[in-house]
Write a protein that binds this ligand. Structure first.
Ligand SMILES: Cc1ncc(COP(=O)(O)O)c(C=O)c1O
Length: 376
């Protein structure tokens, strides 16, 4: 870490390291839950054409309200969830990371608490830290499912302003049913927020991986019309195969969206991002064309891992948490030495791998077999 002596860094940030998964130049990268299939030449062509169209206008700021993109996202969500939302119910930003930060900026802050269910996505405590919001977690059960009653009891006790539910959860892959989410939403609608008389907690459902869920499973979007404080966050980074463009979005009541509009940076979503996202959304079918295959890859990989005597958490996402290993780091290093980057994240003894192409998964299996044998 750089010597920060004489730099007026906030005292609560002293000693903190920048967080992020390793970005290494290795042949097989299975560590950040991307879709491994690149955009088709047709998508590349449309993106290039749309960027060429707007390039002569880049002296102007972009549409601050990104209305065309919100319209396209409404069309996408209608197709994916069956729920029709209006532009006023949608908001996009640079990845769902930025969406979450805006949520914390609008609804967190000093004297407030955000509550989630651990283990979960490791960025959440960073948004809390950066917005001076206290962070508390309720432990998940040993199979990583959420104990709904324990969650409701904790919400009543802690009085958070934000409750964060991740479905499917990262790093475990665990889904939570819409019925269980509704029980928590109904409780939130009645329960108080510390220091905010008359207010109730915002229930954020992070559905970053939702397109990988079992077919026919309803999304939390079905709750938005009845629960105005439910906000469902999604991203184009995962199933939609568009991580490099940095586009995330949230659906909620108009009041919640308008609160985010207060804290957003002016013109936060560049004209290039908006144009590229609109172009990709024109090719929704193609962008999602590998999702069913990745689901099948997940099931095959889970069976294979179990056949090797390993434990695998039930997953509705494009990754698997598997273990347990006495020395996870040795397994991680052994895999890296064989050109396969996986992730050391989550509960002790477990590693996480995301689904790659068929060729990549063959390399993964061969490498893991060799590493396990070597360590025996
Ligand atoms: C649960 C969850 N939410 C949100 C994100 C952020 O994704 P992005 O900022 O690329 O939309 C991730 C990324 O890994 C994630 O795992």
């Amino acid at each position: 870490m750089t010597d920060m002596t004489g730099i007026p860094l906030r005292s609560d940030l002293l000693g903190e390291e920048p967080y992020g998964a390793p970005q290494l130049d290795v042949p097989v990268c299975l560590n950040v839950n991307e879709n491994p299939y690149a955009p088709s030449p047709e998508v590349v062509e449309t993106i290039t054409a749309r960027i060429a169209e707007i390039a002569p206008t880049l002296n102007r700021y972009p549409d601050r309200e990104h209305t065309a993109l919100r319209e396209a996202l409404a069309t996408y969500l209608k197709r994916e969830t069956g729920v029709q939302l209006a532009v006023e119910n949608l908001w996009a930003a640079n990845g769902s990371n930025e969406i979450m930060l805006q949520i914390f900026q609008a609804f967190g802050g000093p004297g407030r608490t955000a509550l989630s269910f651990a283990p979960t996505y490791s960025m959440y405590p960073e948004y809390a830290r950066d917005t001076f919001t206290a962070w508390q977690t309720v432990p998940r059960r040993s199979d990583f499912t959420v104990d709904v009653q324990a969650g409701i009891d904790a919400i009543a006790r802690v009085k958070p302003s934000i409750v964060l539910l991740t479905s499917p959860n990262n790093p475990t892959g665990t889904p939570i049913s819409v019925q269980d989410i509704e029980r928590i939403a109904a409780a939130c609608a009645e329960l108080p927020v510390e220091g905010a008389p008359g207010a109730h907690p915002v229930l954020v459902v992070d559905e970053a991986y939702a397109e990988f869920r079992a077919e026919g499973t309803p999304s939390a979007h079905t709750l938005i019309a009845r629960y105005p404080l439910v906000a469902v966050s999604r991203t184009l980074s995962k199933a939609f195969a568009f991580a490099g463009a940095r586009v995330g979005y949230v659906a909620s009541s108009r009041a919640v969206i308008d609160a985010l509009r207060i804290v957003r940076m002016p013109y936060h979503l560049s004209a290039l991002t908006q144009a590229a996202a609109l172009a990709a959304l024109e090719h929704t079918e193609g962008q999602l064309s590998q999702v069913a295959h990745l689901r099948a890859t997940r099931e095959e990989t889970a069976s294979w891992l179990r056949s090797q005597g390993l434990e695998v958490a039930a997953s509705d996402s494009n990754f698997l948490l598997f273990g347990r290993f006495a020395d996870c780091h040795a397994v991680f290093e052994g895999m890296l030495a064989r050109g396969v980057l996986i992730r050391e994240v989550g509960p002790e003894g477990y590693l996480r791998v995301c689904m790659g192409t068929d060729e990549e998964m063959t390399v993964f299996r061969n490498a893991l077999s060799a590493v396990v044998e070597e360590l025996e």
